[in-house]
Design a protein around this ligand. Structure first.
Ligand code: 16G
Ligand code: ZN
Length: 529
């Protein structure tokens, strides 16, 4: 390591005095003006990580659904997964080291993680459309450069596109080509194959309105459109040319407020969806003839996909083990439908994509979705091999056809991380193949009324949870109080957890009526104070 160069470059990206930040659930995230030194240092860290695992590492500059003024950064591990937990700690140390401690912090990380400083390093960079992102990604590049790493800057990409590129690169093209073209071609080819087999539905069924949250999704969908077959007619709204990113629109806004985004003119019974700011989440919705808004969230997406996959497995006579992974936020009706009606095992894990992803890897087919619309499907290597083989060699026509559909699903799904573009195509293909309208999809089960609240407390860390965040272990007595409150209502459930992204405590409650869910959430919030 050239310590003079490090000194020189780090002085261009000084750490504001007294600022400490933490690598949280989704990397670092805060006001953009506080992040320059973090970007530089994550460039450094990406080089170290790349050397440690002898693979290409990804680094994405985005703050997802946060306001436009914010920004953030996260690292992507070799197969497109989130950065390994053991390195989150190093990321935090490096971000918080004082300028004069930088070199010794790097040395310490290299020792602890057995990093050979002489190895090659390769980093892929991507960024979202925030005004601050370009300059911040330049700071990332400074960090990579000073430690002698190679990099490829993909510029403006969705978060899942960057995850995809990293995976392609490290699997020597087995997962696909590490280019945007490669991504569009792979997905659109699989989609076209799938859609071919749908009986042509009415004109109105072909239309989908997409709220792009004034973010990167609009740009990338326009790039992809020429690759897509005519069977899906997408109309883009909130494309970022007029309004601010995520402002009164996007998947997070729609899910939290349970109302349509601004800037999308919705007619009764039209199928609509919203992406979030970096296009790794998707939420569907529609308005019925009476003007009532219907939200179709991640739980309903997981259910639709599970129904479809289960039918295909049955048709193909396959015994692959499928499971659904959810978090405590999953609506109770979805869990009940999956377990009792569909007879698919459901597992509940802690909030945060990495936890769901990790659990889903345990099955032949692991479907995971957070209620907020982040999710995907993972196929084990063995399952994938078997499906591809059957699609080629199976003698029985019906079984072979089922395997072919599954094979195309594998290619259409971005298995590295939840991907709004890929998920949207998966959903559109399933709706077309099953001949389902958005109303029919919505009616598969009825959500239990629920309420999400957030409250500010002196120190949110006094709340510690267990059982996938469904039980509070501290402060003493809190869980007993919650249990007593829950007992007062029918079909009720409630839990509290400290947020991993904001300085708040979140409260979730569901019950038989909206009034009761609201009352329960309120009462639980009083118990937390
Ligand atoms: C992050 C997570 C998301 C989770 C959310 C919860 C990733 C990539 N993103 O955005 O999965 O739902 O945090 O936020 O893991 P909270 O801890 O503030 O409730
Ligand atoms: Zn996002």
């Amino acid at each position: 390591m050239d310590s003079e160069a490090l000194k020189k470059y780090s002085s261009l990206h000084p750490k504001p005095a007294g600022l400490t930040l933490q690598y949280g659930t989704a990397g670092f995230r805060t006001k953009a003006e506080q992040l320059d030194h973090v970007m530089f240092r994550m460039g450094l860290l990406a080089v170290l990580r790349s050397r440690a695992v002898a693979s290409t590492i990804g680094i994405m500059v985005t703050a997802s659904h946060n306001p436009e003024e914010d920004n953030g950064v996260k690292l992507v591990d070799p197969l497109g997964e989130m950065l390994h937990a053991s390195w989150e700690e190093y990321a935090t140390q490096l971000a918080n080291a004082e300028d004069h401690e930088l070199q010794q912090t790097i040395t310490a990380i290299c020792q602890k993680a057995a990093v050979n400083q002489h190895k090659d390093a390769s980093v892929f960079i991507g960024r979202d459309t925030r005004p601050s992102s370009k300059k911040l990604s330049q700071s990332v590049i400074d960090g990579i450069f000073v430690l002698g790493g190679q990099y490829h800057d993909y510029g403006l990409v969705t978060t899942p596109q960057l995850h995809y590129m990293v995976c392609c690169q490290n699997t020597q093209g087995q997962y696909g080509k590490a280019t945007l073209e490669g991504y569009y071609e792979k997905l659109s080819k699989a989609f076209t194959e799938l859609i071919k087999q749908s009986s042509s539905s009415g004109e109105s069924q072909k239309h989908l309105k997409i709220d792009c949250a004034n973010g990167i999704g609009a740009l990338k969908l326009s790039e992809m459109e020429p690759y897509l077959p005519k069977e899906v007619l997408i109309q883009l709204y909130n494309d970022g040319t007029k309004e601010k990113l995520n402002h009164l629109c996007g998947a997070d806004f729609v899910k939290v407020h349970q109302k349509p985004p601004r800037g999308l003119d919705m007619k009764p019974n039209e199928r609509c969806c919203s992406f979030d700011g970096d296009a790794d989440r998707i939420i569907y919705y529609y308005q019925d003839a009476t003007g009532l808004f219907h939200l179709i969230d991640g739980d309903k997406i997981a259910t639709l996909i599970s129904i479809f996959l289960k039918e295909l497995l049955a048709k193909g006579g396959q015994t692959l083990k499928m499971a659904v992974v959810q978090t405590a936020y999953a609506n109770g009706s979805s869990t009940r439908y999956l377990e009792e009606t569909l007879k698919v095992p459901v597992h509940c894990v802690k909030t945060g994509v990495k936890h769901l992803h990790h659990k889903a890897q345990e099955f032949d087919i692991g479907v995971y979705f957070e209620a907020n619309g982040h999710g995907t499907v993972l196929f084990s290597k063995a399952a994938e091999t078997k499906i591809r083989q059957l699609a080629k060699e199976e003698k029985d026509n019906e079984k072979r056809e089922a395997a072919k559909v599954l094979e195309n699903m594998i290619d259409l799904i971005n298995q590295t991380v939840g991907d709004a573009v890929s998920d949207m195509l998966v959903i559109e293909a399933i709706l077309a193949l099953k001949g389902l309208t958005v109303q029919q999809w919505d009616a598969i089960y009825t959500d239990l009324p629920n309420r999400l609240l957030k409250i500010q407390v002196a120190d949110r860390r006094v709340i510690d949870t267990t059982d996938a965040e469904r039980q509070a272990v501290t402060p003493p007595g809190l869980q007993e109080k919650i249990d007593a409150l829950v007992k007062k209502y029918k079909l009720s459930r409630a839990f509290v957890r400290p947020s991993g992204t904001e300085d708040v405590v979140r409260i979730y409650a569901e019950a038989d009526t909206q009034e009761n869910a609201d009352a329960l959430a309120h009462e639980v919030s009083l118990a937390v104070y």
